[in-house]
Design a protein around this ligand. Structure first.
Ligand SMILES: NC(=O)c1ccc[n+]([C@@H]2O[C@H](COP(=O)([O-])OP(=O)(O)OC[C@H]3O[C@@H](n4cnc5c(N)ncnc54)[C@H](O)[C@@H]3O)[C@@H](O)[C@H]2O)c1
Length: 268
């Protein structure tokens, strides 16, 4: 018996040429989906060729609404349907707010907030026509936990959560299931770069992590698979935090108290 969970589904994944998006593309291919990776990276075609299975690259700058609608049309014409949309492309652009230039704010709004909405519009119309689909927006743990100096990122990811709730409610009647994943800390380029430059500090990050480690791309991809397939059909308009418990909000090094005092030998 073939128990691939996304067998023959057509999935469009933005930002899928690297990091979390690439991990989702790998998992979807392994689960039998036909995958289109949409990204701005020039090396996209070579990267996507490594996915194997049925996968292709679509070069796009998601800052353009018309390019997004052209992409949805092209994918639909090629495959005859689009079952899954993953809005994963995103940028962080840390900057003290006092110094935040307008063009930086505009860039983050375009990529993190407007592009997911336009992708939902562009793809949603085909899903509605064909009887439904799954949309997964990649939000961020930063919508509950604050990393200072990331106002554009925080407000746009907050908007992604609201977009998810709005469309989850609005499109459930079309059998279009809209949910979001809010990852904690995953060591992709988005996180490695600031770790290297010192903007982020590994020890500080882990000191507020109940699970005591970074997450993996595979862990986010597994959740994205669950949300894409029928097993999750009663989950609608939800933002699911996959962050090792970061958003429970423990104090820095707060678990030291437990380590020092929760001693097994005390048991009767
Ligand atoms: N890494 C983490 O810890 C983390 C945590 C929470 C949320 N996220 C979110 O997960 C998503 C993926 O992040 P990642 O960590 O894989 O980062 P990443 O930088 O490795 O990947 C982002 C991808 O988006 C693409 N992209 C950016 N601008 C684009 C544009 N204008 N047009 C087309 N493609 C564009 C990039 O080329 C890249 O492939 C993002 O939305 C990010 O905000 C990441």
């Amino acid at each position: 018996m073939d128990c691939k969970r996304l067998k023959d589904k057509v999935a469009l994944i933005t930002g899928g040429a690297r990091g979390i998006g690439y991990g989702i593309a790998q998992k979807y291919v392994a689960e039998g989906a036909r995958v289109v990776v949409a990204d701005i990276l020039e090396e996209g075609p070579q990267v996507v060729a490594r996915l194997g299975g049925v996968a292709e690259f679509y070069h796009i700058n998601l800052r353009s609404r018309s390019e997004i609608f052209d992409m949805a049309k092209a994918v639909y014409q090629t495959y005859g349907r689009i079952d899954i949309l993953v809005n994963c492309a995103g940028v962080a652009r840390p900057c003290p707010t006092m110094r935040l230039p307008e063009d930086m704010l505009d860039e983050v709004i375009d990529i993190n907030m407007k592009a997911p909405l336009f992708c939902c519009q562009a793809v949603g119309r085909y899903m509605r026509r064909d009887g439904g689909g799954s949309i997964i927006n990649i939000s961020s743990g930063n919508t509950r936990m604050i990393n200072v100096g990331r106002v554009p990122y925080g407000i746009t990811k907050g908007a992604v959560n609201m977009l998810t709730m709005q469309l989850g409610a609005e499109w459930a009647m079309y059998n279009i299931k809209v949910n979001a994943i809010a990852p904690g800390w995953i060591r992709t380029e988005m996180v490695e770069k600031p770790l290297k430059s010192g903007i982020l500090d590994e020890k500080k990050i882990l000191s507020v992590s109940p699970i005591g480690r970074f997450g993996t791309v595979g862990e986010i991809a597994s959740l994205a698979t669950f949300l894409a397939c029928e097993e999750s059909n009663y989950i609608v308009g939800q933002v699911i935090f996959a962050d090792g418990g970061w958003n429970t909000g423990i104090m820095p090094d707060g678990l030291d108290y437990i380590r020092e005092n929760d001693i097994e030998e005390d048991w009767e």
